[in-house]
Write a protein that binds this ligand. Structure first.
Ligand code: NG6
Ligand code: CA
Length: 513
């Protein structure tokens, strides 16, 4: 193994630290002399109420519970945004996605939306001598403006923004093309059967959900009526690339296998692996090992599948003796949604399960369940297990990890919105950050400071068209005291004009940069 400067053990985060403020009894070990590996595993649409370690009683997630029990388990952590693309953009760039135009939910043929000139979190790790990899759901676009060409080397790809290796699902599992991309190439593509993708009109002659509903094995409830792949109608049209099409039941196995391979390959050097699971996004298609096992329909089954994935990664680390000095972050990209477009009986089979817990809204929403996420940080060599109640936002992961590595974030354009919250991230301090800013589907912003949450006025629709989710948009300012009213039932803006003024001014200041 590579040896790093002993200075490493003196870095701010390297010393063993107390669990959420309590003095540590552990002694420093040699592990802390080597840079820790970092695994950032981001689940899709998983709710804070979906895990037994967060209080779910109708489903059991033993592996994620074990991870939480060995790490810092956050109870007030937030994603930057209530949908996938902007949330991931904020994490990897350290810049609020709403500062850039094209950061809404990306189609499957979107250009790479992170500028190759941007110094990403992966670039930082690379500069620090880490092997870097992106595995699984990507959803930040690939290739140049004007539509991705999937038949040649796709450039730019994640390798142009700091990743040495990629094995990715370009967008979402409900969007075409239904293929994996490895280092810029569609995996298993037959050059004689090129892929054509379009998001405006039908291409080729493959059946669509709209024209051939008789071929559909999972019926849409909203949208999702374009090209049928594996019996599932998707968003967008595609044709060609038959030999490259993924098998939905096997996606978790494939990406978990690739993630394990990456860890094994880089076991002797520090590595950063960004892993996005397709679970629990629609279409929810569990492998036969998990089908019917939750008693809650496929939404529950893919939660079990996700838990299995986490267990596989943990076991791999254990078997290589890497668990101790690996920072393993587990979280979701946005809040949960029950029916997100397929008739999978998620609602009918909930059986009292509460993905949103007591929080209002869900995916797409400015209300709490839109961005409140499960968030766990395990690092046995550097962290004392604890529950962390401090306010924390995913936008601050980048600068916090930079602080851990003593890596300067200069010039100021690098990760401009990310703040060093390392002490909170590691459970050393429970003060948390002064304020956090979130974004809903329509870019309506809200800000939380202390116990107060302010949602800026918006003329956008109150309800999301397809899911009927409350978006939290209201032409009037909204103010909630989330410590006494976590379900945001009582808008107290009229009673506290001074607080509305203060928080709206702070939000304007953040917007101004
Ligand atoms: C919506 C899709 C939804 C999901 C979402 C993106 C319809 C009706 N709904 O437009 O199913 O794909 O986009 O989800 O098409 S995310 O988690 O990747 O942001
Ligand atoms: Ca998502």
């Amino acid at each position: 193994m590579k040896q790093f400067s002993p200075l490493w053990s003196l870095l701010p985060g390297a010393a063993l630290i107390a669990g959420c403020g309590n003095p540590s009894k552990k002694e420093a070990t040699d592990h802390t002399r080597q840079k820790p590996n970092v695994i950032y595993l981001i689940a899709d649409d998983l709710g804070i109420g979906d895990l037994s370690c967060y209080g779910a009683t109708k489903i059991s997630t033993p592996n994620i519970d074990r991870l939480a029990g060995q790490g810092v388990q956050f109870t007030n952590a937030y994603a930057t945004s209530s949908t996938s693309t902007p949330s991931r953009f904020g994490l990897l760039t350290g810049m609020y996605p709403w500062r850039q135009e094209n950061t809404g939910i990306a189609p499957g043929n979107s250009e790479l939306i992170i500028d190759t000139a941007c110094v990403t979190m992966a670039d930082m790790f690379k500069a620090e001598g880490y092997a870097t990899g992106a595995v699984g759901k990507w959803h930040l676009g690939l290739g140049p403006k004007g539509g991705t060409d999937f038949n040649h080397l796709i450039k730019p790809n994640t390798q142009d923004i700091g990743f040495d290796y990629e094995y990715i699902i370009p967008a979402t599992v409900d969007r075409v093309p239904c293929v994996f991309v490895e280092n810029g190439h569609v995996v298993g593509l037959d050059p004689n059967d090129p892929i054509t993708v379009n998001y405006n009109h039908k291409v080729g002659d493959w059946p669509t959900g709209l024209e051939n509903p008789e071929f559909v094995k999972l019926k849409p409830s909203q949208g999702h009526n374009n090209t049928i792949v594996n019996g599932i109608p998707r968003i967008g049209w595609m044709t060609g690339g038959k030999s490259a099409l993924w098998v939905d039941e096997d996606i978790a196995d494939v990406i978990t296998g690739k993630a394990k391979d990456f860890i094994i390959k880089h076991k002797d050097e520090p590595f950063f692996m960004y892993m996005g699971t397709q679970d629990v996004h629609v279409p929810r298609v569990p492998h036969a090992r998990f089908a019917g096992k939750s008693g809650m329909g496929t939404r529950g089954d893919v939660i079990l599948q996700l838990d299995w994935t986490v267990g596989e990664i943990m076991n791999t680390l254990d078997s290589l003796n890497l668990a101790d000095n690996t920072i393993f972050v587990f979280c979701s990209d946005n809040g949960p949604v029950i029916d997100d477009g397929y008739q999978d009986q998620a609602l009918e089979l909930l059986n009292g399960h509460t993905p949103m817990k007591q929080y209002r809204g869900g995916k797409y929403s400015a209300y709490e369940a839109g961005t409140r996420i499960p968030f766990i940080v395990r690092w046995p060599a550097g962290i004392q297990p604890c529950k962390q109640q401090a306010l924390f936002s995913m936008i601050d992961v980048y600068a916090s990890l930079a602080a851990l590595l003593n890596h300067p974030l200069t010039p100021a354009t690098v990760a401009p919105d990310s703040r060093d919250q390392l002490a909170t991230f590691l459970g050393k301090d429970n003060t948390g950050c002064d304020y956090i800013v979130q974004q809903n589907l329509n870019n309506t912003l809200s800000i939380i400071q202390g116990t107060w949450k302010y949602i800026e006025p918006s003329d956008k629709p109150a309800i999301e068209h397809w899911t009927k989710m409350e978006l939290g948009n209201d032409p009037k300012p909204q103010l909630y005291n989330i410590s006494i009213d976590p379900s945001e039932k009582d808008n107290v803006a009229a009673a506290h004009p001074e607080m509305v003024k203060e928080l709206s001014a702070l939000l304007e200041q953040v917007k101004a940069g």
